[in-house]
Ligand binder design. Structure first.
Ligand code: ADP
Ligand code: MG
Length: 253
């Protein structure tokens, strides 16, 4: 059994327009991969297709998570199987408190008839909120409702820390964060790095990758991975811009 998140020849469309055009990449468990790419290249589409967003139609390809095809699973099954997505634009859920939301998500992972231990749950949640420098008042507030951009991003990371996924995709978690918040969030992610977990960190800017140092960097353009390299590739992109990669492609084509 292979222990990886393996995307192969993935094609996906929205409203009959193809956005993902044969994308392949593999994240072995234990590694952190980054995807960088210009706006509109399909990065969020990739993350939403993996999570099972209904707007996107997968027309070809597979997404294997430790040999299970994620695309065969319902959205909640993907989550319970260990997949997690931190959204670029997190949804607001008025009327559902953060604490109840997290508790329900964890309860849904327990075998039938088993009840979550409320004391242990709150202890764990408070410890993780402290690590993210989140005020306790956020437990009682509705999920993301009226949160600032940065507060939403922190809340996504809190969800990740509580759910302890096998594979986590972070879609532009850095956007909307000031430098102090970015460092706190990066530290939260770094503490979760483990041989038992893989990460895909999507970002437009290299700054985040100063704090979450990736094992591998992929460049995405027009629905495909067009270049893969080590962490130094992120610096090269920062310096030369994305045109450099697409121009290089045009020359070799
Ligand atoms: P990125 O995250 O790299 O900036 P996106 O995946 O958000 O790129 O978008 C890729 C392309 O797909 C864009 O041209 C965008 O307008 C289009 N797109 C994405 N989602 C939708 C949607 N739900 N409806 C229509 N077009 C979409
Ligand atoms: Mg995006």
């Amino acid at each position: 059994m292979s222990q990886s998140l393996k995307i192969e020849n993935l094609h996906a469309s929205v409203e009959d327009t193809e956005i993902l055009k044969g994308l392949s990449l593999e994240i072995p468990k234990g590694e952190v991969h980054a995807i960088m790419g210009p706006n509109g290249s399909g990065k969020s589409t990739l993350s939403k297709v993996m999570a099972g967003h209904e707007d996107y139609e997968v027309t070809a390809g597979t997404v294997l998570m430790d040999d299970v095809d994620l695309l065969d699973l319902e959205i909640d099954e993907r989550s319970r199987a260990g997949f997690f997505l931190a959204f670029q634009y997190p949804h607001e859920i008025p009327g559902v408190s953060n604490a109840n939301f997290l508790r329900a998500a964890l309860q849904a992972r327990l075998p039938k008839g088993e009840e979550i231990d409320a004391v242990a749950f709150y202890k764990d949640m408070y410890a993780k909120m402290d690590a993210l420098s989140m005020d306790r008042k956020f437990t009682g507030r509705s999920v993301n409702d009226g949160f600032s951009g940065g507060e939403k991003k922190r809340n996504e990371i809190l969800q990740m820390m509580m759910l302890e996924p096998k594979y986590a995709v972070l879609d532009e978690t850095d956007s909307g964060l000031d430098i102090d918040a970015l460092k706190i969030v990066a530290e939260g992610v770094n503490r979760m790095r483990s041989p038992e977990r893989g990460f895909l960190v999507i970002t437009h800017y290299q700054r985040l990758l100063d704090y979450i140092v990736p094992d591998v960097v992929h460049v995405m353009s027009d629905g495909q991975i067009v270049k893969t390299g080590g962490k130094e590739l992120a610096l090269e992109l920062e310096e030369k811009g994305y045109d450099w990669v697409t121009e290089e492609l045009a020359v070799t084509a």
